[in-house]
Design a protein around this ligand. Structure first.
Ligand code: HEM
Length: 377
């Protein structure tokens, strides 16, 4: 359970959570209202959160994730081919092979995040972008460092670490783009290079910002979803048994898992005008966090929300956002986790937590374990 969210939904569903004026919205229908109204709630909120002055330039904040219409609309259409049902179906057998291979190494006490939950999503996005698999090991460090951005750095070393990650990642992607310009391939990088929007190609920076978004958006999120899933299954062996008995339950399991403990928690927005929600007036220019994880536990929307119920209809959860910025990788993420579950429950009788300590990540935007010792038997 998330007691702070429950308390907010009950006593102050729209409230100011810090003296600098950051607001939070915690009920399902209010969160939906925020996400449905990009003209009032701008995604430039990401800039306020992810590009504090100590960072310099953060490519994520210049990608479509952090843009509003019409700039967002212009870019969004470019990647639908890469993330549609066709790609998901084409990749599924490869994901299954990799999941089998990784599962074969889950012997004794292992860190599930390192051994399974990190390489699987890295492989998938690497395939879509056509990246060199030997570089997958760097993706996680870049993603960890870039998502550790906070208003104030933790230390001079932290500043250097984040700036190095951004420089390395951008440098690497620049080389990939240059290579595809010389020799086009059937991948998303080549598609972006040759794409035309309103009669113009994308600029080099636009391509780079886009690639950084595609690379990072699906990494930590999917890793955390896989991690949260194992924590739940270790605590509730009866669900593991049901999944073992009936693999068709993997798909509804994933949907309920997204609702119950998906990784997205807070989506940042900035108000473009004074706006009143649930009787509370928020001034223009305020940073507002749309608390999707709280919305997914809202008793006004989902009965008995703190109970994991594989048989419930979890539809309407906001784990992939809603409206114009709805996650483009939703199909892929669902497919990855579904296949992972099918493979793991076929091969193992049980998952249990190991003796080592579980460590969680550091941001409030997404939540999941970064170290997760487990044993499969
Ligand atoms: C956007 C969640 C996996 C690519 C989003 C948004 C959410 C989200 C909540 C909306 C952000 C907002 O409205 O401000 C998740 C979760 C995932 C996941 C929970 C896994 C469990 C992926 C994957 C990819 C991906 C695998 C691709 C490889 C994107 C992109 C956007 C996005 C490109 C920006 C869309 C836009 O701005 O129009 N995601 N995501 N995501 N996601 Fe995901």
């Amino acid at each position: 359970p998330y007691p702070h969210y429950a308390a907010m939904r009950t006593s102050s569903p729209v409230c100011q959570v810090d003296p600098d004026g950051m607001w939070a919205v915690s009920r399902w229908d209010d969160v939906l209202f925020v996400l449905k109204n990009p003209a009032l709630f701008s995604s430039r909120g990401f800039k306020a959160v992810m590009e504090p002055p100590w960072i310099g330039y953060n490519p994520l904040v210049h990608s479509m994730l952090a843009l509003d219409p019409p700039a967002h609309t212009r870019l969004r259409g470019l990647v639908t081919r890469a993330f549609g049902g066709g790609t998901t179906r084409r990749l599924a057998p490869k994901v299954e092979r990799l999941a089998e291979e990784l599962a074969g190494k889950l012997v004794g006490e292992v860190d599930f995040v390192e051994a399974f939950a990190t390489p699987l999503p890295a492989f998938v996005i690497g395939e879509i972008l056509g990246l060199d698999p030997s570089l997958h090991v760097f993706f996680k460090r870049w993603a960890d460092d870039i998502t550790s951005i906070a208003p104030e750095p933790e230390s001079a070393a932290h500043v250097a670490q984040v700036q190095t990650a951004i420089a390395e990642l951008s440098g690497y992607l620049r080389e990939v783009v240059a290579a595809r310009r010389r020799a086009p391939a059937d991948d998303t990088v080549s598609d972006l290079i040759h794409a035309e929007v309103d009669g113009h190609s994308l600029t080099e920076d636009e391509i780079l910002d886009f690639l950084v978004l595609l690379l990072l958006a699906g990494l930590e999120t999917t890793t955390h979803l896989l991690g949260n899933t194992m924590i739940l299954l270790a605590a509730q062996p009866a669900i593991w048994d049901r999944l073992r008995g009936d693999p068709a339950l993997a798909a509804p399991f994933v949907e309920e898992m997204l609702r119950y403990d998906g990784p997205s928690h807070a989506l940042p927005r900035i108000t473009t005008a004074e706006v009143t929600i649930a009787g509370v007036t928020i001034p223009v220019g305020s940073l507002v966090l749309a608390l999707v994880a709280s919305a997914n536990r809202d008793e006004r929307r989902h009965a008995d929300p703190d109970r994991f119920d594989i048989d419930r209809n979890a539809q309407g959860h906001l784990q992939f956002g809603h409206g114009i910025h709805t996650c483009v990788g939703a199909l892929l993420a669902r497919m990855e986790v579904r296949i992972a579950l099918e493979v793991l429950t076929r091969r193992f009788r049980r998952v249990e937590l190991g003796a080592g300590e579980i460590r969680y990540n550091r941001t409030i935007a997404i939540r999941g374990p970064v170290v997760l010792p487990v044993r499969f038997s």
